[in-house]
Unconditional design. Sequence first.
Length: 74
Amino acid sequence: MVNMTLAIPEELHNKMKHFDDIKWSEVARKAIEERIHDLELMDKIASKSKLTIKDAEELADRIKKSASKKFLNY
């Protein structure tokens, strides 16, 4: 297994010390595994997509405009 050094803010470290029974390296390992799984799934979905970059940009613009209108109405 490979070791990795992780820098975290001191305030977060102090909060972690309060829960000293937690194996924080295991928490970090699982979070990384979940993120990798999500990214691999997105890659798999994207690789089968027929959308072009232009299509994706247009879709993103339409979503932003729709969300903007929705929030302005609240």
